[in-house]
Design a protein around this ligand. Structure first.
Ligand code: 2AM
Length: 175
């Protein structure tokens, strides 16, 4: 029988209170850009997208990533942007703390070492708020959100009729 595969990625997940605030911001942006609002519980910032991984590779993946040590950091989510190529309205930071791209790079390195190279574009930290969003004429003015990042997660993405459903498989604390 064929091995099952899972669609996996690594991400930062905001606490419910922060996610609620960001979801409200998404609602404001939606009034300008339309499109589809990401559900509050699905808001996240992807560190590395792995894609389909055979079930049998999971234990090795968990062990390898679980060994990674990285420091906690804070970031200011202070900028909204729109990408024309994929119609995403996103939230990001103008001045990313170095620990953020470093964590993403460390994860990529560890994945490559076990034969799971991360393909796709260079790491650009962003949180998708809206999909299928129109080009905005004007974006909402908002108070930057301070995010104290203390952990990162391995997540499985499953497609459902209501959009992607994300299931956390493991959570690791930052030091
Ligand atoms: P997006 O929000 O910019 O679309 C789960 O699908 C997460 O992985 C999303 O945050 C998504 O980013 C990202 N993702 C999906 N497919 C990807 C790919 N091929 N390369 C990089 N990131 C991807």
């Amino acid at each position: 029988m064929a091995e099952q595969s899972r669609r996996l990625f690594l991400a930062l997940w905001p606490e419910p209170a922060l996610a609620e605030r960001l979801h409200q911001l998404a609602g404001e942006a939606h009034r300008e850009c339309g499109g589809r609002i990401m559900r509050r519980e699905t808001l996240h910032l992807t560190l590395a997208f792995i894609g389909a991984v055979g079930e049998e590779r999971l234990p090795e993946l968990l062990t390898t990533l679980g060994r990674l040590r990285a420091p906690r950091f804070r970031m200011q989510l202070d900028v909204l942007g729109h990408w024309a190529h994929n119609h995403i309205l996103w939230l990001g930071c103008t001045d990313a703390p170095p620990a953020l791209p470093q964590l993403a790079a460390d994860i990529r390195r560890e994945l490559a070492a076990i034969g799971l190279p991360v393909s796709g574009p260079e790491f650009v930290p962003h949180m998708t708020l809206l999909r299928k969003a129109h080009v905005p004429r004007e974006l909402p003015v908002f108070e930057p959100a301070d995010w104290a990042v203390a952990e990162w997660v391995l997540v499985e993405s499953r497609m459902t009729p209501h959009g992607a459903d994300y299931q956390p498989l493991a959570t690791w604390a930052l030091d």
